[in-house]
Design a protein around this ligand. Structure first.
Ligand code: SAM
Ligand code: CA
Length: 247
C-alpha cells in the first residue's frame, strides 16, 4: 500500500532529526549506515516507536536507531537476562532491551515521568514483550537505594543502561557497582555530549548544555580512573561508555 502523505511527512521529520544527531564528520556516511544496515533490519515495532518519538517535542532524547541496534546485539552477546535502565522516556531503548532479552528475561525501567512511557507502552504491548518490563515511576536514586536494601538484588544484574539526569551519573555508578554482578556491563549514554566535552570551556553553548558538559567530563574522568571497571567509550549515538565490572 502506498505510504500516506502524513506517513511520509512523519518519516521525513524523523529523518531530519536524525541528521542533526550523530558524531560522524559526514551526514552522508551516517545515512549510509542507517539505510544499508539499520533500517532494513529494524523490527516494525521499533520503527513505529521511533516515529512516534520523533514527533514528540523532546523526541531527540531517545537513542538513535543505530545505537538501538547495537544495544540489542550487545545484550544478546552477553546473554543478558536481568537488566536495569535509568531514564526510559517513551521506551525506545527499553523496547530494544526487552526485544533482546530471552522470554523469561526481566528489565527494571526507572523514570520519574510515567506520562512519556505511557505514550510508547501500547507499541511495547503490541510487540508482546511488556511482560519482561517492570516499570518503576520515581526518582532513580531512592529506587536504586531501595533495590540495594534487598540482598537478592545485589550483584544480580547482567546489564545496566544509564540515560537520565547527568548530574547524578556518579551517584548511580556507585549504586550500580553494587547491583551489577562482576563481569556485568554498565553503559552510560551521551558521554560525548554532542562533542562538547572536547570543546574549549568558553565555546558558545546554552547554560544547560554547559552544565551537562561539566558533569559529563567529570563522569568520564571518574570512569577512566575507576579500577573496579574496564571501559570503552564508543562514538556511537552521542557517545556510549561501556564499563565491565571487574571487582
Ligand atoms: N533512554 C531513553 C531512550 O533512549 O529512549 C531516553 C531517556 S531520556 C534521555 C531521560 C529520561 O530520564 C527522561 O524521561 C526523564 O524523565 C528521566 N529522568 C531524568 N532525571 C531523572 C531522575 N532523577 N530519576 C528518574 N528519571 C529521571
Ligand atoms: Ca541518551
Amino acid at each position: 500500500m502506498a505510504e500516506s502523505n502524513q506517513g511520509k511527512s512523519q518519516n521525513a521529520n524523523a529523518q531530519q532529526k536524525l541528521t542533526q544527531k550523530h558524531l560522524l564528520q559526514k551526514d552522508a556516511l551516517y545515512q549510509y549506515i542507517l539505510q544499508t544496515n539499520v533500517y532494513p533490519r529494524e523490527p516494525e515495532c521499533l520503527k513505529e516507536l521511533r516515529e512516534l518519538t520523533a514527533n514528540h517535542s523532546r523526541g531527540l532524547m531517545a537513542i538513535p536507531p543505530d545505537e538501538g541496534q547495537f544495544l540489542i546485539l550487545l545484550l544478546k552477546l552477553i546473554n543478558a537476562k536481568k537488566t536495569i535502565e535509568i531514564g526510559v522516556f517513551t521506551g525506545y531503548s527499553l523496547l530494544c532491551t526487552a526485544l533482546a532479552l530471552p522470554p523469561d528475561g526481566k528489565v527494571i525501567g526507572i523514570d520519574m515521568n510515567r506520562e512519556s512511557y505511557n505514550l510508547g507502552r501500547p507499541i511495547i504491548e503490541k510487540a508482546g514483550v511488556a511482560h519482561k518490563i517492570d516499570f518503576r515511576e520515581g526518582l532513580a536514586l531512592p529506587i536504586l537505594d531501595e533495590l540495594i536494601q534487598n540482598e537478592e538484588m545485589q550483584d544480580s544484574f547482567d546489564f545496566a543502561f544509564i540515560d537520565a539526569d547527568k548530574v547524578n551519573a556518579l551517584n548511580y555508578h556507585e549504586r550500580l557497582l553494587n547491583l551489577v554482578k562482576i563481569g556485568g556491563l554498565i553503559c552510560y549514554d551521551n558521554t560525548l555530549w554532542s562533542g562538547s566535552v572536547a570543546e574549549a570551556p568558553d565555546a558558545a553553548m546554552s547554560e544547560l548544555g554547559r552544565n551537562i558538559r561539566h558533569y559529563t567530563i567529570e563522569l568520564n574522568k571518574a570512569l577512566a580512573a575507576d579500577r573496579r571497571i574496564e571501559i570503552s567509550l564508543l562514538p556511537i549515538g552521542d557517545g556510549l561508555t561501556l564499563c565491565r565490572r571487574i571487582s
